[in-house]
Design a protein around this ligand. Structure first.
Ligand code: FPP
Length: 260
Protein backbone atom coordinates (compact mmCIF):
# COMPACT_ATOMS: atom_id res chain seq x y z
CA UNK A 1 0.00 0.00 0.00
CA UNK A 2 2.71 2.44 1.03
CA UNK A 3 4.71 1.82 -2.10
CA UNK A 4 1.66 2.12 -4.28
CA UNK A 5 0.76 5.49 -2.80
CA UNK A 6 4.29 6.86 -2.69
CA UNK A 7 4.92 5.74 -6.25
CA UNK A 8 2.12 8.00 -7.41
CA UNK A 9 3.68 11.43 -7.50
CA UNK A 10 0.27 13.10 -7.92
CA UNK A 11 -0.48 12.34 -4.27
CA UNK A 12 1.89 13.85 -1.74
CA UNK A 13 2.02 11.63 1.31
CA UNK A 14 4.56 12.80 3.86
CA UNK A 15 4.69 9.67 6.02
CA UNK A 16 2.68 6.53 5.62
CA UNK A 17 4.15 3.87 7.85
CA UNK A 18 1.71 1.26 6.64
CA UNK A 19 -0.93 2.07 9.26
CA UNK A 20 -4.01 2.35 7.11
CA UNK A 21 -7.20 2.57 9.20
CA UNK A 22 -9.66 -0.25 8.59
CA UNK A 23 -12.70 1.95 9.07
CA UNK A 24 -13.04 5.64 8.25
CA UNK A 25 -16.19 7.66 8.94
CA UNK A 26 -16.79 10.94 7.14
CA UNK A 27 -19.06 13.84 8.09
CA UNK A 28 -19.44 15.46 4.68
CA UNK A 29 -20.04 19.05 5.77
CA UNK A 30 -20.00 22.40 3.99
CA UNK A 31 -21.90 21.79 0.75
CA UNK A 32 -24.16 24.78 1.37
CA UNK A 33 -21.31 27.15 2.23
CA UNK A 34 -19.31 25.95 -0.76
CA UNK A 35 -22.22 26.88 -3.03
CA UNK A 36 -23.11 30.16 -1.32
CA UNK A 37 -19.52 31.40 -1.47
CA UNK A 38 -19.73 30.98 -5.24
CA UNK A 39 -23.14 32.60 -5.60
CA UNK A 40 -24.67 29.21 -6.47
CA UNK A 41 -27.82 27.55 -5.07
CA UNK A 42 -27.24 25.10 -2.20
CA UNK A 43 -28.28 22.16 -4.39
CA UNK A 44 -25.22 22.81 -6.56
CA UNK A 45 -23.08 22.25 -3.46
CA UNK A 46 -24.84 18.94 -2.80
CA UNK A 47 -24.38 17.92 -6.46
CA UNK A 48 -20.67 18.60 -6.23
CA UNK A 49 -20.76 16.77 -2.91
CA UNK A 50 -21.92 13.62 -4.68
CA UNK A 51 -18.99 13.97 -7.09
CA UNK A 52 -16.60 14.29 -4.10
CA UNK A 53 -18.19 11.16 -2.64
CA UNK A 54 -17.50 9.21 -5.86
CA UNK A 55 -13.88 10.32 -5.88
CA UNK A 56 -13.51 9.45 -2.19
CA UNK A 57 -14.98 5.96 -2.57
CA UNK A 58 -12.56 5.25 -5.43
CA UNK A 59 -9.64 6.53 -3.33
CA UNK A 60 -10.79 4.51 -0.30
CA UNK A 61 -10.68 1.36 -2.44
CA UNK A 62 -7.27 2.28 -3.83
CA UNK A 63 -5.85 3.01 -0.37
CA UNK A 64 -7.09 -0.30 1.02
CA UNK A 65 -9.72 0.80 3.52
CA UNK A 66 -12.09 -1.98 4.57
CA UNK A 67 -15.03 0.18 5.72
CA UNK A 68 -16.11 3.70 4.81
CA UNK A 69 -19.12 5.25 6.54
CA UNK A 70 -20.55 8.46 5.07
CA UNK A 71 -23.10 10.67 6.79
CA UNK A 72 -25.44 11.36 3.88
CA UNK A 73 -28.60 12.48 5.69
CA UNK A 74 -29.10 12.86 9.40
CA UNK A 75 -32.34 12.24 11.27
CA UNK A 76 -32.29 16.00 11.98
CA UNK A 77 -31.92 17.00 8.30
CA UNK A 78 -35.69 16.66 7.79
CA UNK A 79 -36.00 20.09 9.41
CA UNK A 80 -34.39 21.73 6.34
CA UNK A 81 -36.60 23.53 3.80
CA UNK A 82 -38.75 21.01 1.94
CA UNK A 83 -37.12 21.86 -1.42
CA UNK A 84 -33.66 21.06 -0.07
CA UNK A 85 -34.85 17.79 1.49
CA UNK A 86 -36.42 16.86 -1.83
CA UNK A 87 -33.19 17.77 -3.70
CA UNK A 88 -31.16 15.59 -1.33
CA UNK A 89 -33.57 12.66 -1.81
CA UNK A 90 -33.31 13.11 -5.58
CA UNK A 91 -29.50 13.04 -5.37
CA UNK A 92 -29.53 9.89 -3.26
CA UNK A 93 -31.84 8.14 -5.75
CA UNK A 94 -29.66 9.24 -8.67
CA UNK A 95 -26.50 8.20 -6.85
CA UNK A 96 -27.79 4.67 -6.32
CA UNK A 97 -29.24 4.33 -9.83
CA UNK A 98 -26.16 5.79 -11.51
CA UNK A 99 -23.36 4.35 -9.35
CA UNK A 100 -24.60 0.96 -8.23
CA UNK A 101 -23.15 -0.72 -11.35
CA UNK A 102 -19.68 0.76 -10.72
CA UNK A 103 -19.83 -0.12 -7.01
CA UNK A 104 -20.82 -3.68 -7.88
CA UNK A 105 -18.01 -3.99 -10.43
CA UNK A 106 -15.52 -2.75 -7.83
CA UNK A 107 -16.68 -5.40 -5.34
CA UNK A 108 -18.10 -2.81 -2.93
CA UNK A 109 -20.61 -4.04 -0.38
CA UNK A 110 -23.24 -1.42 0.40
CA UNK A 111 -24.82 -1.24 3.82
CA UNK A 112 -27.31 1.34 5.03
CA UNK A 113 -27.65 2.46 8.64
CA UNK A 114 -30.41 4.64 10.05
CA UNK A 115 -34.13 4.45 10.68
CA UNK A 116 -36.11 2.86 7.86
CA UNK A 117 -39.57 3.46 9.32
CA UNK A 118 -41.65 5.98 7.38
CA UNK A 119 -39.15 6.28 4.53
CA UNK A 120 -40.44 7.00 1.05
CA UNK A 121 -41.11 3.52 -0.46
CA UNK A 122 -39.11 4.29 -3.60
CA UNK A 123 -36.03 5.28 -1.57
CA UNK A 124 -36.43 2.30 0.72
CA UNK A 125 -36.65 -0.06 -2.28
CA UNK A 126 -33.50 1.46 -3.81
CA UNK A 127 -31.54 1.20 -0.57
CA UNK A 128 -32.63 -2.42 -0.15
CA UNK A 129 -31.77 -3.19 -3.77
CA UNK A 130 -28.26 -1.75 -3.29
CA UNK A 131 -27.74 -3.87 -0.17
CA UNK A 132 -29.14 -7.05 -1.72
CA UNK A 133 -27.20 -6.75 -5.00
CA UNK A 134 -23.87 -6.20 -3.25
CA UNK A 135 -24.40 -8.42 -0.19
CA UNK A 136 -21.89 -11.07 -1.26
CA UNK A 137 -19.13 -8.62 -2.24
CA UNK A 138 -15.90 -8.77 -0.30
CA UNK A 139 -14.24 -5.46 -1.16
CA UNK A 140 -14.76 -2.13 0.61
CA UNK A 141 -17.93 -1.96 2.71
CA UNK A 142 -19.59 1.39 2.01
CA UNK A 143 -21.90 2.25 4.87
CA UNK A 144 -24.40 4.93 3.99
CA UNK A 145 -25.77 6.64 7.09
CA UNK A 146 -29.17 7.78 5.88
CA UNK A 147 -31.94 9.09 8.14
CA UNK A 148 -29.36 8.26 10.79
CA UNK A 149 -28.93 9.62 14.30
CA UNK A 150 -26.81 8.07 17.00
CA UNK A 151 -29.19 8.83 19.86
CA UNK A 152 -32.09 7.27 17.95
CA UNK A 153 -29.92 4.23 17.19
CA UNK A 154 -28.92 3.82 20.84
CA UNK A 155 -32.51 4.29 22.05
CA UNK A 156 -33.73 1.69 19.52
CA UNK A 157 -31.09 -0.78 20.75
CA UNK A 158 -32.17 -0.15 24.36
CA UNK A 159 -35.81 -0.80 23.38
CA UNK A 160 -34.91 -4.10 21.67
CA UNK A 161 -32.89 -5.25 24.66
CA UNK A 162 -35.55 -4.13 27.15
CA UNK A 163 -38.18 -6.09 25.20
CA UNK A 164 -36.04 -9.23 25.40
CA UNK A 165 -35.52 -8.73 29.13
CA UNK A 166 -39.22 -8.04 29.71
CA UNK A 167 -40.20 -11.22 27.86
CA UNK A 168 -37.89 -13.22 30.10
CA UNK A 169 -35.47 -14.45 27.38
CA UNK A 170 -32.65 -12.22 28.65
CA UNK A 171 -31.20 -11.71 32.12
CA UNK A 172 -30.02 -8.09 32.70
CA UNK A 173 -26.63 -9.44 33.81
CA UNK A 174 -26.06 -10.71 30.25
CA UNK A 175 -26.08 -7.14 28.89
CA UNK A 176 -22.50 -6.06 28.33
CA UNK A 177 -20.86 -3.73 25.80
CA UNK A 178 -20.53 -6.37 23.08
CA UNK A 179 -24.13 -7.49 23.53
CA UNK A 180 -25.31 -3.88 23.32
CA UNK A 181 -23.22 -3.22 20.19
CA UNK A 182 -24.83 -6.22 18.49
CA UNK A 183 -28.15 -4.35 18.70
CA UNK A 184 -26.86 -1.22 16.96
CA UNK A 185 -27.28 -0.66 13.21
CA UNK A 186 -23.52 -1.19 12.91
CA UNK A 187 -23.60 -4.74 14.34
CA UNK A 188 -20.68 -6.71 12.92
CA UNK A 189 -18.80 -3.61 11.71
CA UNK A 190 -15.62 -2.64 13.60
CA UNK A 191 -15.61 0.78 15.25
CA UNK A 192 -14.24 3.63 13.12
CA UNK A 193 -10.52 4.17 13.59
CA UNK A 194 -10.71 7.62 12.09
CA UNK A 195 -13.49 10.18 11.70
CA UNK A 196 -13.00 13.02 9.24
CA UNK A 197 -15.16 16.13 9.25
CA UNK A 198 -14.87 18.75 6.55
CA UNK A 199 -15.71 22.48 6.60
CA UNK A 200 -13.79 23.29 9.78
CA UNK A 201 -16.61 22.44 12.20
CA UNK A 202 -15.42 20.35 15.12
CA UNK A 203 -18.34 18.34 16.44
CA UNK A 204 -19.88 14.89 16.06
CA UNK A 205 -23.48 15.95 15.24
CA UNK A 206 -25.12 12.71 16.38
CA UNK A 207 -22.81 10.55 14.19
CA UNK A 208 -21.58 7.15 15.48
CA UNK A 209 -21.42 8.33 19.10
CA UNK A 210 -21.17 4.86 20.63
CA UNK A 211 -18.80 3.62 17.95
CA UNK A 212 -16.49 6.69 18.10
CA UNK A 213 -15.41 6.09 21.71
CA UNK A 214 -11.75 5.64 20.66
CA UNK A 215 -11.75 7.10 17.15
CA UNK A 216 -9.14 9.58 16.06
CA UNK A 217 -10.56 12.81 14.62
CA UNK A 218 -9.25 14.81 11.72
CA UNK A 219 -10.95 18.14 11.03
CA UNK A 220 -10.33 19.45 7.56
CA UNK A 221 -10.82 23.17 6.81
CA UNK A 222 -12.10 22.67 3.24
CA UNK A 223 -15.77 22.21 2.33
CA UNK A 224 -16.92 18.74 1.29
CA UNK A 225 -17.21 19.43 -2.49
CA UNK A 226 -13.46 20.22 -2.49
CA UNK A 227 -12.54 16.96 -0.73
CA UNK A 228 -10.59 14.64 -3.00
CA UNK A 229 -8.06 11.83 -3.17
CA UNK A 230 -5.25 14.04 -1.90
CA UNK A 231 -7.38 15.24 1.03
CA UNK A 232 -8.10 11.63 2.01
CA UNK A 233 -4.42 10.75 1.66
CA UNK A 234 -3.52 13.71 3.93
CA UNK A 235 -6.05 12.62 6.57
CA UNK A 236 -4.69 9.06 6.48
CA UNK A 237 -1.17 10.44 6.84
CA UNK A 238 -2.22 12.42 9.90
CA UNK A 239 -3.90 9.32 11.32
CA UNK A 240 -0.77 7.23 10.77
CA UNK A 241 1.22 9.63 12.96
CA UNK A 242 -1.23 9.42 15.88
CA UNK A 243 -0.56 7.17 18.83
CA UNK A 244 -3.67 5.29 19.92
CA UNK A 245 -3.65 4.10 23.50
CA UNK A 246 -7.28 3.03 24.05
CA UNK A 247 -7.05 4.25 27.64
CA UNK A 248 -3.83 2.34 28.37
CA UNK A 249 -0.20 3.38 28.23
CA UNK A 250 2.38 2.67 25.57
CA UNK A 251 5.81 1.19 26.23
CA UNK A 252 7.50 4.56 25.66
CA UNK A 253 5.30 6.15 28.31
CA UNK A 254 5.32 3.45 30.95
CA UNK A 255 7.81 5.23 33.20
CA UNK A 256 5.95 8.54 32.96
CA UNK A 257 2.52 9.26 34.44
CA UNK A 258 0.13 9.64 31.54
CA UNK A 259 -3.61 9.80 31.03
CA UNK A 260 -5.90 7.93 28.56
C1 FPP B 1 -23.67 18.93 4.68
O1 FPP B 1 -23.61 20.13 3.99
C2 FPP B 1 -24.08 17.83 3.84
C3 FPP B 1 -25.29 17.20 3.91
C4 FPP B 1 -26.39 17.60 4.78
C5 FPP B 1 -25.60 16.06 3.09
C6 FPP B 1 -24.43 15.35 2.50
C7 FPP B 1 -24.85 14.96 1.18
C8 FPP B 1 -24.08 14.79 0.10
C9 FPP B 1 -22.62 14.83 0.08
C10 FPP B 1 -24.71 14.55 -1.18
C11 FPP B 1 -25.75 13.51 -1.14
C12 FPP B 1 -25.25 12.18 -0.72
C13 FPP B 1 -25.58 11.05 -1.34
C14 FPP B 1 -25.16 9.71 -0.81
C15 FPP B 1 -26.34 11.09 -2.59
P1 FPP B 1 -24.49 21.31 4.51
O2 FPP B 1 -25.67 21.45 3.61
O3 FPP B 1 -24.83 21.11 5.95
O4 FPP B 1 -23.52 22.52 4.33
P2 FPP B 1 -23.49 23.86 5.19
O5 FPP B 1 -23.17 23.45 6.60
O6 FPP B 1 -22.41 24.62 4.54
O7 FPP B 1 -24.84 24.48 5.05
Amino acid sequence: MRNMIEANTAVKVRTWPGRVPAHVGIIMDGNGRWALSRGLPRIEGHRRGVEALRVTVRAAIEFGLRYLTVYSFSAENWSRPIEEVSDLMGLLKRFIRHDLGELQKAGVKVRVIGTRENLNPEILALLEEAEALTAANTGLTLIVAFNYGSRQEIAAAARMIAAKAASGVLAPAEIDEDFFAEHLDTAGIPDPDLIIRTSGEQRLSNFLMWQAAYSEFVFVPIHWPDFDRQALADALTEFSARERRFGGVTLSHQSAKVGG
